[in-house]
Design a protein around this ligand. Sequence first.
Ligand SMILES: N[C@@H](CCC(=O)N[C@@H](CS)C(=O)NCC(=O)O)C(=O)O
Length: 212
Amino acid sequence: MQLYSFFNSSTSYRVRIALAIKGIDVDYFGVDLRAGAHREQSFKAQNPAGGVPMLIDNQGNALGQSLAIMDYLECLHPEPSLFPAEPLLRARVLELANLVACDMHPLNNLRVRNYLANELALSDEQQQSWIRHWTAEGLSAAETLLNRYGFGDYCFGDSPTLADCCLVPQVANGIRTNCDLTPYPRVMAVYHHCQQQPAFQQAAPARQPDYQ
Ligand SMILES: N[C@@H](CCC(=O)N[C@@H](CS)C(=O)NCC(=O)O)C(=O)O
Protein backbone atom coordinates (compact mmCIF):
# COMPACT_ATOMS: atom_id res chain seq x y z
CA MET A 1 0.00 0.00 0.00
CA GLN A 2 1.04 3.60 -0.52
CA LEU A 3 0.45 6.48 1.88
CA TYR A 4 0.44 10.04 0.61
CA SER A 5 1.17 12.17 3.63
CA PHE A 6 2.71 15.42 4.83
CA PHE A 7 4.88 15.15 7.90
CA ASN A 8 3.12 17.99 9.74
CA SER A 9 -0.41 17.09 8.68
CA SER A 10 -2.42 15.99 11.68
CA THR A 11 -4.84 13.97 9.55
CA SER A 12 -1.89 12.09 8.02
CA TYR A 13 -0.47 11.65 11.51
CA ARG A 14 -3.72 9.94 12.59
CA VAL A 15 -3.38 7.36 9.83
CA ARG A 16 0.33 6.87 10.50
CA ILE A 17 -0.49 6.06 14.13
CA ALA A 18 -3.15 3.55 13.07
CA LEU A 19 -0.73 1.92 10.61
CA ALA A 20 1.99 1.69 13.27
CA ILE A 21 -0.36 0.23 15.89
CA LYS A 22 -1.41 -2.42 13.40
CA GLY A 23 2.14 -2.99 12.19
CA ILE A 24 1.28 -2.32 8.54
CA ASP A 25 4.14 -1.24 6.29
CA VAL A 26 3.40 1.23 3.51
CA ASP A 27 5.41 3.05 0.87
CA TYR A 28 5.51 6.68 1.98
CA PHE A 29 5.08 9.56 -0.45
CA GLY A 30 5.51 13.08 0.89
CA VAL A 31 3.04 15.67 -0.43
CA ASP A 32 4.38 19.14 0.21
CA LEU A 33 1.36 21.13 1.37
CA ARG A 34 3.47 24.29 1.66
CA ALA A 35 4.24 24.06 -2.06
CA GLY A 36 0.60 23.31 -2.90
CA ALA A 37 1.32 19.80 -4.24
CA HIS A 38 -2.11 18.65 -2.98
CA ARG A 39 -3.85 21.12 -5.27
CA GLU A 40 -2.24 19.84 -8.44
CA GLN A 41 -4.54 18.19 -10.95
CA SER A 42 -2.60 14.92 -10.89
CA PHE A 43 -3.16 14.62 -7.14
CA LYS A 44 -6.80 15.77 -7.22
CA ALA A 45 -7.53 13.26 -9.96
CA GLN A 46 -7.00 10.59 -7.31
CA ASN A 47 -8.25 12.50 -4.28
CA PRO A 48 -10.84 15.07 -5.40
CA ALA A 49 -10.92 16.68 -1.94
CA GLY A 50 -7.32 17.75 -2.48
CA GLY A 51 -5.90 16.90 0.91
CA VAL A 52 -3.75 14.40 2.72
CA PRO A 53 -3.76 11.65 3.72
CA MET A 54 -4.52 9.49 0.72
CA LEU A 55 -4.08 5.73 0.75
CA ILE A 56 -3.63 3.61 -2.35
CA ASP A 57 -4.34 0.00 -1.58
CA ASN A 58 -2.75 -3.07 -3.11
CA GLN A 59 -5.39 -3.14 -5.86
CA GLY A 60 -4.65 0.47 -6.81
CA ASN A 61 -7.75 1.96 -5.20
CA ALA A 62 -7.21 5.54 -4.02
CA LEU A 63 -8.95 6.54 -0.78
CA GLY A 64 -9.09 9.92 0.92
CA GLN A 65 -10.42 10.97 4.35
CA SER A 66 -8.45 9.78 7.36
CA LEU A 67 -11.44 8.25 9.16
CA ALA A 68 -12.43 6.24 6.09
CA ILE A 69 -8.82 5.11 5.67
CA MET A 70 -8.55 4.02 9.31
CA ASP A 71 -11.86 2.17 9.06
CA TYR A 72 -10.60 0.42 5.90
CA LEU A 73 -7.36 -0.56 7.67
CA GLU A 74 -9.41 -1.89 10.57
CA CYS A 75 -11.42 -4.08 8.17
CA LEU A 76 -8.31 -5.34 6.37
CA HIS A 77 -6.29 -5.89 9.56
CA PRO A 78 -8.71 -6.30 12.47
CA GLU A 79 -6.00 -6.95 15.08
CA PRO A 80 -5.05 -5.11 17.14
CA SER A 81 -8.38 -3.37 16.95
CA LEU A 82 -8.81 0.38 17.21
CA PHE A 83 -12.28 -0.10 18.65
CA PRO A 84 -13.60 -1.58 21.89
CA ALA A 85 -16.14 -4.34 21.43
CA GLU A 86 -18.72 -2.94 23.86
CA PRO A 87 -21.21 -0.84 21.84
CA LEU A 88 -21.45 2.22 24.08
CA LEU A 89 -17.68 2.38 24.58
CA ARG A 90 -17.20 2.07 20.82
CA ALA A 91 -19.59 5.00 20.42
CA ARG A 92 -17.58 6.99 22.99
CA VAL A 93 -14.43 6.37 20.94
CA LEU A 94 -16.20 7.63 17.82
CA GLU A 95 -17.64 10.58 19.73
CA LEU A 96 -14.16 11.78 20.66
CA ALA A 97 -12.68 10.98 17.25
CA ASN A 98 -15.46 12.93 15.54
CA LEU A 99 -15.08 15.86 17.93
CA VAL A 100 -11.51 16.18 16.70
CA ALA A 101 -12.11 15.28 13.06
CA CYS A 102 -15.36 17.18 12.45
CA ASP A 103 -15.50 19.98 15.03
CA MET A 104 -11.85 20.90 15.51
CA HIS A 105 -9.58 20.07 12.60
CA PRO A 106 -11.58 21.67 9.74
CA LEU A 107 -11.66 25.09 11.43
CA ASN A 108 -7.89 25.34 11.64
CA ASN A 109 -7.07 23.55 8.40
CA LEU A 110 -4.55 25.13 6.03
CA ARG A 111 -7.12 26.20 3.46
CA VAL A 112 -9.16 27.95 6.16
CA ARG A 113 -6.10 29.70 7.55
CA ASN A 114 -5.12 30.75 4.03
CA TYR A 115 -8.61 32.18 3.49
CA LEU A 116 -8.45 34.13 6.75
CA ALA A 117 -5.06 35.53 5.78
CA ASN A 118 -5.52 36.14 2.06
CA GLU A 119 -9.25 36.75 1.43
CA LEU A 120 -10.26 38.26 4.76
CA ALA A 121 -6.87 39.91 5.40
CA LEU A 122 -6.87 39.04 9.09
CA SER A 123 -3.72 40.05 10.95
CA ASP A 124 -1.35 37.43 12.38
CA GLU A 125 -2.77 38.21 15.82
CA GLN A 126 -6.36 37.73 14.63
CA GLN A 127 -5.44 34.44 12.96
CA GLN A 128 -3.75 33.27 16.13
CA SER A 129 -6.82 34.26 18.12
CA TRP A 130 -8.98 32.17 15.73
CA ILE A 131 -6.74 29.13 16.17
CA ARG A 132 -6.65 29.47 19.95
CA HIS A 133 -10.40 29.94 20.18
CA TRP A 134 -11.32 26.79 18.24
CA THR A 135 -8.60 24.74 19.88
CA ALA A 136 -9.88 25.73 23.32
CA GLU A 137 -13.51 24.98 22.36
CA GLY A 138 -12.60 21.50 21.16
CA LEU A 139 -10.15 20.54 23.86
CA SER A 140 -12.50 21.76 26.62
CA ALA A 141 -15.12 19.37 25.30
CA ALA A 142 -12.54 16.58 24.99
CA GLU A 143 -11.39 17.18 28.57
CA THR A 144 -14.97 16.95 29.87
CA LEU A 145 -15.69 13.80 27.86
CA LEU A 146 -12.50 12.13 29.08
CA ASN A 147 -13.13 13.10 32.70
CA ARG A 148 -16.65 11.75 32.44
CA TYR A 149 -16.14 8.57 30.45
CA GLY A 150 -12.41 7.99 29.97
CA PHE A 151 -10.29 5.57 31.96
CA GLY A 152 -6.89 3.93 31.83
CA ASP A 153 -3.74 5.37 30.28
CA TYR A 154 -5.28 5.99 26.87
CA CYS A 155 -8.52 7.84 26.15
CA PHE A 156 -10.66 4.79 26.82
CA GLY A 157 -8.75 1.99 28.46
CA ASP A 158 -5.31 0.47 28.42
CA SER A 159 -4.95 0.05 24.69
CA PRO A 160 -5.04 2.70 21.96
CA THR A 161 -8.20 3.36 19.99
CA LEU A 162 -9.28 5.60 17.14
CA ALA A 163 -9.81 8.32 19.76
CA ASP A 164 -6.09 8.36 20.60
CA CYS A 165 -5.18 8.30 16.89
CA CYS A 166 -7.18 11.51 16.46
CA LEU A 167 -6.49 13.27 19.75
CA VAL A 168 -2.69 13.04 19.82
CA PRO A 169 -2.09 14.83 16.47
CA GLN A 170 -4.61 17.54 17.39
CA VAL A 171 -2.78 18.19 20.67
CA ALA A 172 0.47 18.30 18.71
CA ASN A 173 -1.12 21.03 16.56
CA GLY A 174 -2.06 22.90 19.72
CA ILE A 175 1.53 22.72 20.95
CA ARG A 176 2.87 23.81 17.55
CA THR A 177 0.55 26.82 17.48
CA ASN A 178 1.40 27.85 21.06
CA CYS A 179 -2.04 27.26 22.53
CA ASP A 180 -2.37 27.15 26.31
CA LEU A 181 -2.98 23.48 27.10
CA THR A 182 -2.79 23.71 30.89
CA PRO A 183 -6.61 23.66 31.29
CA TYR A 184 -6.71 20.10 29.88
CA PRO A 185 -4.77 17.83 32.28
CA ARG A 186 -6.57 14.63 31.34
CA VAL A 187 -6.06 15.29 27.62
CA MET A 188 -2.39 16.03 28.26
CA ALA A 189 -1.92 12.90 30.40
CA VAL A 190 -3.19 10.79 27.49
CA TYR A 191 -0.97 12.72 25.09
CA HIS A 192 2.15 12.22 27.22
CA HIS A 193 1.41 8.53 27.74
CA CYS A 194 1.02 8.04 23.98
CA GLN A 195 4.28 9.89 23.31
CA GLN A 196 6.08 7.12 25.21
CA GLN A 197 4.67 4.35 23.01
CA PRO A 198 6.69 3.05 20.04
CA ALA A 199 3.77 3.16 17.57
CA PHE A 200 3.10 6.82 18.33
CA GLN A 201 6.83 7.61 18.20
CA GLN A 202 7.14 5.93 14.81
CA ALA A 203 4.25 8.03 13.48
CA ALA A 204 5.60 11.36 14.76
CA PRO A 205 6.21 14.18 12.26
CA ALA A 206 9.96 14.27 12.95
CA ARG A 207 10.29 10.58 12.05
CA GLN A 208 8.82 10.94 8.54
CA PRO A 209 10.93 10.88 5.36
CA ASP A 210 9.65 14.32 4.27
CA TYR A 211 10.35 15.97 7.63
CA GLN A 212 12.19 19.27 7.27
N1 LIG B 1 -11.25 15.48 6.54
C1 LIG B 1 -10.01 15.17 5.88
C2 LIG B 1 -9.13 16.39 5.91
C3 LIG B 1 -7.91 16.24 5.02
C4 LIG B 1 -7.13 17.53 5.02
O1 LIG B 1 -7.69 18.59 4.66
N2 LIG B 1 -5.87 17.45 5.44
C5 LIG B 1 -5.08 18.64 5.53
C6 LIG B 1 -3.77 18.40 6.24
S1 LIG B 1 -3.98 18.08 7.96
C7 LIG B 1 -4.80 19.18 4.17
O2 LIG B 1 -4.46 18.43 3.28
N3 LIG B 1 -4.95 20.49 4.02
C8 LIG B 1 -4.65 21.15 2.80
C9 LIG B 1 -5.41 22.43 2.68
O3 LIG B 1 -6.21 22.75 3.57
O4 LIG B 1 -5.21 23.09 1.68
C10 LIG B 1 -9.36 13.97 6.54
O5 LIG B 1 -9.68 13.65 7.68
O6 LIG B 1 -8.53 13.30 5.91
